[in-house]
Write a protein that binds this ligand. Structure first.
Ligand code: FAD
Length: 365
């Protein structure tokens, strides 16, 4: 086998790629991270102030990732010196078919879950309106997104990872020695490669690896100003109520200290080309979001808000698409729920890229 520049190359320096670079560097693996823009840039899916650490999962592959992710977030905080996770809890409103499963599943990984009636939930969080029982997940909370991506870059670099920002990969080709990666800064070779290219995965891997259909949407949540000072507020999800036929989708959100209460529709933004984004909200959805806030978040002002623009890349089932084809490991389809798992996804990708025969709990095709 011929010499290559690096043992592993990671293409895409969003949250997922940066987490893979940290995990590989931590394991003493020679790794290069290649990102076409700058760390925490605003054109992908990992920027902005906050993300929800919502542990509302029941399937074993996600429960396993959750169990691994929580202590790793604390390790990342310790290693980077940055505060990244506030465990302020998550409260889920609205009818949800799998409440009993959730209440049963989370204790199996050491996380708490409780069912509150509307009266008790309203007493605790008057900033939100409750029309029925709510599921409270006290170990959930909020993550600081950009700060986390920055921390991952810093600790990966400190552990010896080579970081190439402002470098666009134009093509990749597997051969007997590994992978040849053409970039706008010249070729790079590696024994194996992780491709975590988010909304650009289809374009980069066309003709290289068969991917499941990936839909790229431009999502448009917003931060709404507080209607009154706020002690704190758990992150939240709201599944459609009986009288919410006008909602485009379920809602997620939470409080971003110093900014406002974030709220957004989930996965229904306009299908978009990541290289031709409008970065402007679709007016009808924004109007509907403001109506939602007026009706269901009394703690927020529906007329004072700051729009956010961000991409989801979603498979038909909204499951992650993670797997290896020869020397190429692909990580795509993190939709609107990948951020909470970042450090655990990093560990999984490091294993897949550096351990021959390692298997993914997710599927690629
Ligand atoms: C509005 C919004 C709200 C969300 N809320 C939550 C939440 O509450 N909780 C949660 O867990 N998750 C949430 N998510 C999901 C989460 O943010 C994403 O799943 C995650 O950030 C995906 O990271 P990524 O690294 O796959 O993608 P990205 O961050 O988009 O990274 C892909 C990177 O690849 C680079 N790249 C692409 N092509 C090339 C190339 N040719 N050469 C070099 N580099 C390239 C891009 O520049 C980019 O930086 C939310 C997402 C959005 C958009």
């Amino acid at each position: 086998m011929g010499r290559t520049d690096h043992r592993v190359a990671v293409i895409g320096g969003g949250g997922v790629g940066a987490a893979a670079a940290w995990a590989l560097a931590r394991a003493g693996v020679d790794v290069v991270l290649i990102e076409r823009y700058r760390r925490a840039h605003a054109l992908g899916a990992s920027h902005g102030a906050t993300r929800n650490f919502n542990p509302g999962y029941t399937r074993p592959e996600y429960l396993a990732l959750l169990r691994a992710a929580l202590p790793l977030w604390r390790e990342l905080e310790a290693e980077s010196g940055a505060h990244l996770l506030d465990q302020v809890g998550v409260v889920n409103r609205g009818p949800r078919p799998d409440v009993a499963d959730l209440l049963e599943a989370l204790p199996t990984i050491g996380l708490r879950a409780e069912l509150l009636d509307a009266r008790e939930a309203s007493r605790r969080w008057p900033q939100l309106r409750f029309a029925g029982p709510a599921v409270h997940l006290p170990d959930g909370g909020r993550l600081y997104a950009e700060r986390s991506v920055d921390a991952l870059y810093r600790v990966a670099e400190a552990r010896g990872a080579r970081i190439l920002e402002g470098t666009r990969v134009t093509s990749l080709q597997a051969n007997d020695d590994g992978v040849v990666i053409e970039t706008d800064g010249g070729p790079i070779t590696a024994r194996t490669v992780v491709v975590a290219a988010g909304a650009w995965s289809n374009r980069l891997l066309d003709g290289v690896v068969d991917l499941p259909p990936l839909t790229v949407t431009q999502e448009q949540p917003a931060h709404f100003a507080l209607a009154a000072p706020l002690p704190d507020l758990p992150a939240f999800n709201h599944h459609p109520e009986a009288d919410s036929a006008w909602w485009p989708s379920a809602v997620y959100g939470g409080w971003t200290p110093g900014v406002g209460i974030k709220a957004g529709w989930h996965g229904v933004g306009p299908v978009t080309d990541p290289d031709a984004r409008t970065l402007r909200s679709e007016p009808a959805q924004l109007l509907a979001l403001r109506r939602y806030v007026a009706e269901w978040i009394p703690g927020a002002d529906p007329d004072r808000f700051e729009e956010i623009s961000c991409t989801y890349t979603t498979t038909p089932t909204a499951d992650f698409a993670i797997g290896s084809v020869g020397p190429i490991t692909v990580a795509a389809g993190f939709s609107g729920h990948g951020f909470k798992f970042l450090p655990a996804l990093g560990e999984l990708l490091a294993r897949l890229a550096s351990t021959p025969g390692a298997r993914s709990p997710f599927r690629l095709a």
